[in-house]
Design a protein around this ligand. Structure first.
Ligand code: HOZ
Length: 434
């Protein structure tokens, strides 16, 4: 079995970074720790490819963890970025782009009547929950085991993404009060939500959910799940918050709310929204959003909120996603990639379950079905880690964790998929041969 290792330049950069930056990285999942390796360092990226500092090319299925639905360094987005930067990188004051982007969001995302721009998905989720608490006068929230809503205190309970990848049960530094007010339900299990709402009558401000779970790998909602959440929230006077940081503008033009025809009270956005720049947003019902300062008493602010360069990139990104043909293309590319995963595993005699919604997907080394966090945890992580390395040696990059989704973009054309198919076939065979 070939063992992948980063090239000399990557290794040297990692060593230097590790002396100054905790773990050598600015976000834990980048460190490759759970797959027992050290990371490559990226020099540049273009279309469906990333290139490391040692001159290796990888077909990229990470897409910066979701934002790059039109591929790396997309020309329209780069042009927007340069054009905006020439006019100034930050004003700390209002500009026309903010309302333009707000209107693009409002026209696409069901239920978003008003929106506030922020700088990250974490900030958006944190602000949405504060708003839900301020609006309802209640303190508790319900989240789902394995769902990840950024790293604010209230969300680091049974969280997915890096928290799951590193096996952290919860994080030191989260006050007991925050932990106590976050109740954890089971994804795709309405009874678990009902039980919590009944046991905490009149105390739950909001149920927050990734409408397609994307931080334990890709786990789609069962048909009754999202409509059931809507019904339960209405019955108990709790707000329904969709965290569409991953799914927004990806699983449909209007995100999961459009795809599954369920309208939340509040929506959290990030990733694709900024076209690869740091940008988030939260929005929803007008009467709720009116509670945000300065129109209302719930405080929320940010020096870089609505940053003109990020906003310009966001407008360019959403403009590229304007018509249905893009989503047809993404659906076809996603289906082709799903077939590659299934066929190459079958050819190697590997047992995998594949979950896919449009252009986001995951494979799990198990028979499936994979419907929640407990199911995901039954996957064979040793096999995953071996496959991860075997893919890198063949020039394919997927997220360094079985708890993350794969993404395809409009830049993943037939030729790229053909190369990926060969790599996956060989990599699966190598894993099964041991
Ligand atoms: N799954 C994470 C965000 N959705 C990955 C990004 C990170 O934590 O660095």
């Amino acid at each position: 079995m070939t063992r992948w290792a980063p090239g000399k330049k990557s290794a040297a950069l990692f060593e230097a970074a590790s002396a100054m930056i905790p773990g050598g990285v600015n976000s834990p999942v980048r460190a490759f720790r759970s797959v027992g390796l050290q990371p490559f360092f990226v020099e540049r990226a273009k279309g469906p490819f990333v290139y490391d500092v040692d001159g290796n090319e990888y077909i990229d299925f990470v897409g910066s963890w979701g934002p790059l639905i039109t591929g790396h360094a997309q020309p329209d987005i780069i042009a927007a970025l340069i054009g905006a930067a020439h006019k100034g990188t930050s004003f700390g004051a209002s500009h026309a782009g903010e309302a333009e982007l707000a209107s693009l969001i409002q026209r696409r995302m069901p239920g978003v009547e008003m929106v506030r721009l922020v700088s990250s998905g974490t900030e958006a989720a944190m602000s949405a929950v504060r708003l839900a608490r301020g609006f309802t006068g209640r303190h508790r929230i319900i989240k789902f085991a394995g769902c990840y809503h950024g790293h604010a205190d209230a969300f680091l309970i049974d969280a997915g993404s890096g928290v799951a990848t590193l096996g952290v049960p919860g994080s030191p530094g989260v006050p007991p009060g925050s932990a106590r007010d976050t109740l954890s339900a089971i994804y795709n299990d309405l009874d678990s939500v009902d039980a919590l709402l009944c046991a905490n009558k009149g105390e739950v401000a909001a149920v927050i959910v990734e409408p397609v779970a994307g931080n334990i790998g890709c786990v789609p909602p069962l048909p009754a799940f999202l409509p059931g959440l809507r019904r339960l929230c209405d019955a108990h006077g709790a707000l329904l918050i969709f965290d569409e940081v991953i799914t927004g503008f990806r699983v449909a033009r209007g995100g999961a709310a459009e795809r599954y025809r369920v309208t939340p009270d509040l929506t959290v956005l990030g990733k694709i929204l900024g076209g690869g720049m740091p940008l988030g947003a939260f929005g929803g019902r007008r009467d709720i959003m009116a509670c945000i300062a300065p129109s209302g008493p719930v405080y929320q602010a940010g020096t870089l909120s609505g940053n003109p360069v990020a906003v310009a990139c966001g407008i360019a990104a959403l403009s590229l996603l304007g018509d249905a043909t893009v989503y047809d293309q993404l659906e076809a590319t996603g289906a082709a990639m799903e077939a590659i995963l299934r066929d190459s595993a079958a050819a190697a005699g590997a047992t995998i379950a594949v979950n896919r919604v449009a252009s986001m997907m995951s494979f799990f080394f198990q028979e499936g079905p994979v419907r929640n966090y407990a199911d995901v945890q039954r996957s064979d992580s040793v096999r995953f880690n071996r496959l991860f390395a075997a893919l890198l040696t063949r020039g394919v990059s997927i997220a360094p964790s079985a708890f993350e989704a794969m993404f395809v973009s409009t830049a993943h054309d037939d030729a790229v998929l053909e190369r990926a198919a060969t790599a996956f076939k060989k990599a699966f065979c190598e894993v099964e041969e041991g």
